[in-house]
Design a protein around this ligand. Structure first.
Ligand SMILES: Nc1ncnc2c1ncn2[C@@H]1O[C@H](COP(=O)(O)OP(=O)(O)OP(=O)(O)O)[C@@H](O)[C@H]1O
Ligand SMILES: [Mg+2]
Length: 461
């Protein structure tokens, strides 16, 4: 990680250079605003630590120049004691943080580390972010092997012009986001993306929405109206909650997909359409077929390409990156860029089962950010249900037995918690972690694999 130190005083540059180099960073120094801009416009500065007073210039100028760069580095400003207004101003202009003189080394190192963590999260996602539509505020976060695989599939699917895609996954796993990504990454991205909720509309209304109707087809049909399949042009139609589509509509849809023509309600003429059709559901359609609620022929037709989103609890490592990403987002919105998680809070999140998946995590993080008085989000900012579960796992607090209790599940999550904690304390050194747990290396490795944590020990593998 590369840090640029900007200060007009040679002695300060030296002190900061030594401090940060010892902490393991690559440090460059500059003595003026102009020199700083020269360095920053070159490749690869991740963070700028600048004094606010720079001879004739000001740290604010460095900050503005940094913010204007395409891969904007984070900026930390050093302010003189007793000038709170400039510090506030700097934060408003987008500084990551500030530190007061005289500098407390530990405080500076902690702030630097947090700033770089944020930079890393943002940077890791730049490639993917730029592939989603600009200005939508939609990003795709995930680094677990299963989500990387999903992303690779999305890219392939987007490149095929017409194939129907069925997106499945529990509620809140990101099905709609995947649908939008397929659209944005495809040649159709300049055309409309039209989501239709098949569960929300009654049969007749749904059919007229999708296929259109002619004047007089039913009471209230005072003029001809094109359906969404046609008015989407060469865009993309998402048939959301398709598992809830009424059976008679399913029959018509199958025909429509086969012929690539729609027949508006009340009309006998068929109209061709160009849009690509995507479908999403949180139901298991094979089970729906078995129960007689979904047509097998339609399932075959939709299922040409299937994208299955794994539940969040099955994506080791993603909870943490997603949580940090959502927090960075809220912190920005709240104007509190210093917000960060206490390690205990992150461990509780990592252990939680998230029945509501990514959406639930998003809500939990937003709530925690809003409730927190300080900059550090402590476990007490999490909903009681999560904390309660963690207490029980840790062995303190009341043991709750009864409906829904499963000893197996609790032992399992306790085991996972200990494995993660040992890895954290041993900084990923497996032999040391095994020792901490009183396990043989073999048994430790076996348990890691069982919990899908094997990749945690070797980041980047
Ligand atoms: N990989 C991800 N990276 C970033 N944000 C995500 C990711 N997956 C989901 N989200 C966010 O989580 C929320 C829920 O996602 P989405 O609406 O796509 O889920 P869904 O599967 O359609 O849920 P439902 O079945 O309830 O309709 C959205 O705000 C979405 O932006
Ligand atoms: Mg959805």
């Amino acid at each position: 990680m590369r840090i640029l130190v900007v200060d007009d005083e040679l002695s300060m540059r030296e002190v900061l250079d030594i401090l940060l180099t010892r902490a393991g960073y690559q440090v460059t120094t500059a003595s003026s605003v102009e020199r700083a801009i020269d360095v920053m416009t070159g490749p690869g500065t991740d963070l700028v630590v600048s004094d606010m007073k720079l001879g004739q210039g000001s740290g604010l100028e460095v900050l503005r120049a940094a913010r204007a760069l395409p891969a904007a580095p984070e900026v930390i400003l050093i302010t003189a004691y007793g000038t709170p207004e400039t510090a506030v101003r700097a934060m408003r202009e987008g500084a990551y943080g500030y530190i007061r003189k005289p500098i407390d080394n530990e405080e500076l190192k902690a702030l630097v580390q947090k700033a770089l963590e944020k930079h890393e999260i943002v940077r890791e996602n730049v490639a993917l972010r730029s592939s989603l539509a600009p200005g939508t505020g939609n990003f795709w976060i995930g680094q677990s092997p299963s989500m990387r695989a999903v992303w690779a599939l999305v890219e392939k699917v987007a490149a095929s012009p017409r194939a129907t895609v069925l997106i499945t996954g529990e509620s809140g796993t990101g099905k709609e986001l995947v649908a939008r990504a397929i659209h944005w990454k495809s040649a159709r991205s300049g055309q409309p993306f039209v989501p239709v909720n098949c569960a929300a509309l009654a049969e007749g209304v749904l059919e007229s929405e999708l296929f259109g109707h002619v004047k007089g087809a039913f009471t209230g049909a005072t003029s001809d109206r094109a359906g969404l399949m046609v008015s989407a042009g060469e865009g993309t139609v998402l048939l959301d909650e398709i598992g809830d589509m009424p059976l008679p509509t399913q029959v018509k849809l199958l025909r429509v997909l086969q012929e690539r023509r729609v027949k508006p309600v009340g009309s006998s003429a068929e109209i061709p359409f160009e849009a690509r059709v995507l479908a999403a559901t949180n139901k298991r359609l094979d089970a729906e077929v078995a129960a007689g609620r979904f047509r097998q022929d339609l399932l075959y037709r939709l299922n040409v390409i299937a994208v299955e989103l794994p539940a969040l609890r099955e994506r080791p490592g993603d909870v943490e990156v997603l949580a940090k990403f959502f927090l960075a987002h809220h912190a920005e919105e709240l104007g509190r860029p210093q917000l960060h998680f206490a390690p205990a809070t992150l461990s509780i999140l990592e252990l939680y089962g998230f029945p509501g998946n990514v959406r639930q995590l998003q809500n939990i993080v937003e709530r925690a950010a809003t409730l927190s008085d300080g900059d550090r989000l402590e476990p007490n900012t999490l909903p009681p249900a999560l904390r309660g579960e963690a207490d029980t796992q840790a062995g303190s607090g009341e043991l709750t037995l009864g409906t829904g209790f499963s000893l197996e599940r609790h032992l399992d999550s306790a085991e996972r918690r200990y494995l993660l904690e040992a890895l954290r304390r041993s900084e990923g050194v497996k032999t040391r972690a095994a020792e901490l747990l009183g396990l043989t290396f073999r048994s430790f490795r076996y348990r890691l694999a069982k919990h899908g944590l094997s990749e945690k020990e070797e980041p980047g593998s």
